[in-house]
Ligand binder design. Sequence first.
Ligand SMILES: Cc1cc2nc3c(=O)[nH]c(=O)nc-3n(C[C@H](O)[C@H](O)[C@H](O)COP(=O)(O)OP(=O)(O)OC[C@H]3O[C@@H](n4cnc5c(N)ncnc54)[C@H](O)[C@@H]3O)c2cc1C
Length: 493
Amino acid sequence: MGAGDIAVIGAGMSGMAAALVLARRGRRVVLVEKKARIGATLRGFTRGGVYFDTGLHYVGGLHEEGALFRYFRLLGLERLPLEMFDADCFDRLRFTGAGLEVPLPVGRAETVRVLSSIFPGDAAFIRKYFTRISEIFNSSPLLSFRTDAPELFADVESTMSLADYLAGGAADPVLRAALSIHSLLYGVSPEETPLHQHARIAASYLEGVGSVRGGGRALVAELEKALAGAGVKVLCGSAAEKLLVSPGRRIDAVLLEDGTEIPVEGALFTGHPRLLPPLLPEGSVKPAFRKRLLALEDTCSAYALFCKCEPVPSLVRGGNLFICPDADITSAFRPDCDPRQGPFYVSGGGDAEADRRGLVIVAPGNARECAPYAASAPGGRPAAYARLKTERLLDIRRQCQSHCPELSGISVLDGATPLTFRDYLESPGCGLYGAKHSLSQFNPLPLTGIANLWMAGQSVIAPGILGAIVSAVAACIFILGREAVREELSACA
Ligand SMILES: Cc1cc2nc3c(=O)[nH]c(=O)nc-3n(C[C@H](O)[C@H](O)[C@H](O)COP(=O)(O)OP(=O)(O)OC[C@H]3O[C@@H](n4cnc5c(N)ncnc54)[C@H](O)[C@@H]3O)c2cc1C
């Protein structure tokens, strides 16, 4: 390819990571973002003087050998200040129906020890499960940094669901729920999630669990500096509206909503995949590809409560709480779920008191009950929607407090519904984490059928901060060539 601009469309974690990898490798990059500022998902917001994180509550792999730590180094973020979560209990799972509290500690051996002491009858399976998910994680070259692997981008998919794997070995239903709890972090039910996909996410939480000190806004601030340092041109506030395709089926230019036309050598689209087909002229990609993108189903949605609580209860200081009234957590993933039934995820963050970070409670979101108001936009929602929202937020607060009296001191400063997330995240089906990676659908890969158009983002490969970065690196393998990326990865392995 020549040395013209590559347009990276969408400045979320994935687009920013791709722009940095390409620019640090000498490519001219223009990063185009529809929202007024880059990193909208991660930036969070402030209400009443309290900062709330949105797209980054916690991550794994922040230790020296960890995948995310190495990717931060690859992006030039080695000085990012980190805060580690409580090594004895970074996640606390409260099963109120079963009267059981399960702390998840950092470290595979320690996790096996703690879970085996709570579920002694399943001790052999617990060992087998953690060995298996670690094997799967380590067999993925882009997660283990095994750059000697013949194919950097060769992952095996299982045809077995997480639920089937657990049903085949774990006798205790509470243990099955505990081992599936991280499916709430990617929004797909254990019945639908391939075991491999779950392993690539859940195993990342075995070591180096924490966040960025100062939250998502601190991460975005560092990314902004790195993008400027790498010479990436950033254009915000105007969406890519059309990709202009030559008769030779190559992208020649990106046309923005404000009429600006950017001539390009190629384009990388990182938004929700359902948003790509409308940008492409009819006939430029195979009809089956277009249809497949448009039919992608989203991950589950949510209601969220943004709360102030002083002092922050000790059970969410330095870690998270999952309140599970029922050991069967699968109802949370149904489109017609009852948000009041939970499970509820409570993020207190690391040093919440130090930087006045608020508590975030995430409850299952029923996008169907918001459907009558789908035509409305923020600032112009009807009164009936406002009533539904208030009722739901109060219901969820009441439920959380009844299952967890430690939360009795919270006051709700703001809230979000599935429609809020649809508009805030540019997620057409209200999904929290883009298109779902499930056994029943085939998500896009970086190649599109147009030689100089690629895809990345949480719906390609995997969601989360790590998944979004891995998808960006996978796309860069196709843009820059495998050897160039192999060199980059080796340098930070
Ligand atoms: C409430 C919440 C909490 C989360 N917590 C965690 C967590 O604790 N840990 C973790 O690892 N992950 C977490 N995640 C997930 C993580 O934030 C995401 O997986 C990740 O940020 C997705 O990055 P992305 O770049 O793929 O997508 P996005 O952030 O959605 O970026 C895509 C961008 O493309 C832009 N765009 C779309 N179309 C166009 C267009 N035509 N022109 C220009 N721009 C366009 C959009 O505006 C958007 O900014 C959380 C997510 C949510 C919603």
